[in-house]
Design a protein around this ligand. Structure first.
Ligand code: PLP
Length: 427
């Protein structure tokens, strides 16, 4: 039996690198090398690898209770996590539904929105709206609301049709404006969709402020703010997919905070457990939950997973929230952002560089490439170039991004940028 790896073309890609252990921003390979993890191991690790507080919390919980069925039963770690998240989540988000990962957190939000309308006597509200360039995961519903891409081509027959608004991609403005003088006209198409179809729309789903997998597109805060106002005006629930942006990535705990926006539903995963264990969560308002909370079995939310609310995942998430309380996490993110600003500004005029951008923990450099996009041929060369120099960066085609664990030392981040600068020279 052989292992089949995610997003990997075994016939082309190099063999996997065996990792024996991780500490802070470092991964230690079996053959004695060190790699700086410049992408938080697929955007999940936030406080560094092997953080002792989280490791101990998982161990302690495993000795007490590793798992129990979550229908009809509860446990302290889940209760504590619910309380802890309530304290940090924006606005009136009052109920939480646990699942397994980012995709399931999105599936739950979509199904919750559909059944909310059915339970509320409006079963015709079945359509979803999403943005161009969106990515929300790989399961059928999440793939449907994601935009067409190499991730979806083979599975088009599994996807339901979705209506779309423009992405606020200022570098390639979809309506030909420039940010300095625009009035967020990229929202106009969405307004038309809302005007024509609001009676059929179940919800709109967006990645707030950063569209990650599409190439780390950073939206103006104003876009999200106005989108919220528009959705509210048409009575359309807003699902904020904070799977990538949540838990500090943007410099605030949640991207919605930066736009002072409260969604009707929010999807969480990745950083939720500090990057230690797979877990997803979908939170919603009292208004949404109320439509399910009636003495009628047919209105039950018939969704669940074997490991829903797993105590180990909850214990890891509780410990991760404790790290936010006890360590200067946001100071660290500000220091990382300052280095992104300094180093990217030096690279932005380079003839090989199309553009640079940054927000919080995320620094982005887009290379000029004739085949720009996820399948750009430049990616393979870059990936190996970085690995050979002890840095784990996994470009999205011609888009190189740096998203380190918050504990990365300044000299480690500068080293990543030294290697990145050499890569820019190389291309
Ligand atoms: C915004 C967003 N939503 C959902 C997902 C899917 O998460 P997972 O890979 O854990 O299923 C991702 C993954 O990158 C994501 O970036």
């Amino acid at each position: 039996m052989k292992i089949w790896r995610p997003y990997t073309q075994a016939a082309l890609d190099p063999p996997p690198i065996a990792i024996d252990r991780g500490e802070g921003a470092l991964l230690y390979t079996r053959d004695g090398r060190k790699l700086i993890d410049g992408i938080s191991s697929w955007w999940v690790n936030i406080h560094g690898h092997g953080h002792p507080l989280i490791a101990e919390a998982i161990g302690e919980q495993a000795r007490k209770l590793e798992q129990v069925i979550f229908a009809g039963f509860t446990h302290e770690p889940a209760e504590q996590l619910t309380h802890g998240l309530k304290k940090i989540l924006p606005g009136e988000l009052s109920h939480i539904f646990f699942s397994d990962d980012g995709s399931t957190a999105v599936e739950v939000a979509l199904k919750m929105a559909l059944q909310f309308w059915r339970n509320s006597g409006q079963p015709q509200r079945t359509r979803f709206v999403a943005l161009d360039r969106a990515y929300h995961g790989d399961t059928a519903g999440a793939m449907s609301v994601s935009d067409d891409s190499p991730f979806t081509t083979a599975f088009d027959t599994m996807r339901f049709p979705v209506m779309r608004g423009h992405s606020a991609d200022c570098f390639r403005c979809p309506v030909g404006k420039v940010r300095e003088t625009c009035n967020i006209e990229c929202l106009d198409r969405l307004r038309i969709v809302f005007e024509r179809h609001h009676r059929e729309i179940a919800a709109i789903i967006v990645e707030p402020l950063i569209q990650g997998a599409a190439g780390m597109i950073i939206h103006p805060v104003e876009f999200l703010r106005r989108l919220r106002t528009m959705a509210t005006g048409f009575g359309i629930p807003l699902i904020a997919d904070e799977v990538f942006t949540g838990f500090g990535r943007t410099g605030a705990m949640f991207a919605c905070e930066l736009a002072a926006v409260v969604p009707d539903m929010m999807c969480l995963s990745k950083g939720l457990t500090g990057g230690f264990l797979p877990m997803g969560a979908t939170v919603c308002t009292e208004e949404i939950h109320k439509a399910f909370d009636v003495p009628d079995r047919s209105r039950t939310f018939f969704h669940g997973h074997s490991y829903t609310g797993n105590p180990l995942g909850c214990a890891a998430a509780n410990a991760s929230l404790r790290v936010f309380e006890t360590e200067p996490v946001f100071e660290r993110i500000r220091a990382i952002e300052a280095i992104h600003r300094e180093r990217l500004s030096k690279l932005s005029g380079h003839p090989s560089v199309a553009t640079t951008r940054f927000l919080g923990d995320l620094g982005v450099l887009e290379l000029k490439a004739p085949d720009a996009g996820y399948l750009s041929g430049i990616r393979e060369r870059l990936y190996s170039f970085f690995i050979d120099r002890g840095v784990l960066l996994r470009p999205l085609g011609n888009v190189i991004y740096v998203l380190p664990p918050y504990v990365i030392a300044p000299e480690q981040l500068h080293y990543i940028y030294d290697v990145l600068t050499a890569a820019v020279e190389m291309v």
